[in-house]
Ligand binder design. Structure first.
Ligand code: DHK
Length: 141
């Protein structure tokens, strides 16, 4: 089973960016841990990060042919990108929406997600473990 693990805007800044909200780990170290998890359960991960909406859309489109599922932290695009929502629909692969922080405890504009309705499920608030839980859910573990 192949899973695309996709991070959107500003998530390349993890470790430096508001660590009290997003944690002290870098994206690189989180991805290294997720790779170990994937290896232990027979999942093949591919990791992507982009700050550009169009690039994220291209990556999601490519999952249609190349992946069995997607773990997606779309960052702030979660809250307003209909284009990313449409890409998830077009891809026709199960997608789990992930957030490090509990967006519902934060500013009101983060309470709304335009992508949840086209995702299999949503996991938020567990820091880097949100990604682990999403991988386990997709893998049916
Ligand atoms: C990450 C972001 O960059 C924010 O724009 C979202 C999400 C929350 C997170 O918690 O991982 O609102």
């Amino acid at each position: 089973m192949k899973i695309f693990i996709i991070n959107g805007p500003n998530l390349n800044m993890l470790g430096k960016r508001e660590p009290e909200i997003y944690g002290a780990d870098t994206l690189e170290s989180i991805n290294a841990e997720l790779k170990e998890l994937c290896d232990s359960i027979g999942v093949e991960p591919e990791f992507y990060q982009s700050n550009c909406e169009g690039e994220l859309i291209d990556i999601i489109h490519s999952a249609r042919e190349k992946a069995d599922g997607i773990v997606l932290n779309a960052g702030a695009y979660t809250h307003y990108s209909i284009a990313i929502r449409d890409a998830i629909s077009a891809c026709e692969k199960p997608c789990v929406e992930v957030h490090l922080s509990n967006v519902h405890k934060r500013e009101e504009f983060r309470h709304k997600s335009v992508i949840s309705a086209v995702c299999e499920g949503v996991i938020c608030g567990f820091g880097k473990d949100s990604y682990r839980l999403a991988i386990l859910a997709l893998a049916g573990k």
